[in-house]
Ligand binder design. Structure first.
Ligand code: MN
Length: 206
């Protein structure tokens, strides 16, 4: 069974200037697709029919860095798209808001922490909001690395590879982060991830 490129969960122009249709055309249509194609080309018979999470974990155990990188990038991107939504269309659930207020003080403070972590992440990688022992935490992982490989519970991610922002923001990673984090986070998805519903949706997309 080959993996397929999932459709974007919104129209290409739905995110406005925060993330342009041209960026999505390249980022989803070319970069994300290339990870799918490369993964399919590398899958051995032993992993035929395995789901994406299994492929990621098995590739890591086997030290197959090429397969790990490409499979993890499929998962990370599928999860990333699900975490975005048109401006103003979603808000945190009461449960999530209470956790944000308790663990960070306010939504602005949480976004500031995610912005700082992601802006300062050296070179390529991903900024993550995760759930750790019942508490919200901000972290970042390098290159293709994914919470799936570490048994973390991811709630939201932002891609900080240059290809994520170079068309719309050129080299200005902080401007990209500010625009995305303050305007197009899919808080419904983040809220659902507290119960594992969003994450399992991303797993199925692979
Ligand atoms: Mn990317």
């Amino acid at each position: 069974m080959a993996f397929t490129l999932p459709d974007l969960p919104f129209a290409k122009d739905a995110l406005g200037d925060h993330m342009s249709a041209e960026t999505l055309e390249y980022h989803h249509g070319k970069h994300h697709k290339a990870y799918v194609d490369k993964t399919n080309g590398m899958l051995g018979e032993d992993l035929e029919g395995a789901n994406l999470t299994t492929v990621i974990k098995r590739a890591k155990e086997a030290g197959n860095q090429g397969l790990f990188n490409n499979a993890a990038q499929i998962w990370n991107h599928s999860f990333f798209w699900l975490g975005l939504a048109p401006e103003g269309s979603t808000k945190p659930s009461d449960k999530l808001q209470a956790m944000i207020d308790s663990d960070f003080g306010s939504t602005d403070k949480l976004l500031e922490a995610l912005q700082t972590e992601s802006a300062n992440h050296f070179a390529s990688g991903w900024g993550w909001l995760i759930l750790n022992n019942g508490k919200l935490e901000v972290t970042s992982l390098h290159d293709a690395d994914s919470p799936v490989a570490h048994g973390m519970t991811p709630l939201f991610t932002v891609d900080v590879w240059e290809h994520a922002y170079y068309i719309d923001y050129r080299n200005a990673r902080p401007d990209y982060l500010k625009s995305v984090l303050h305007n197009i986070v899919n808080w419904d998805f983040v809220s659902h991830n507290l119960d594992g519903q969003g994450v399992s949706r991303a797993d199925q997309l692979g």
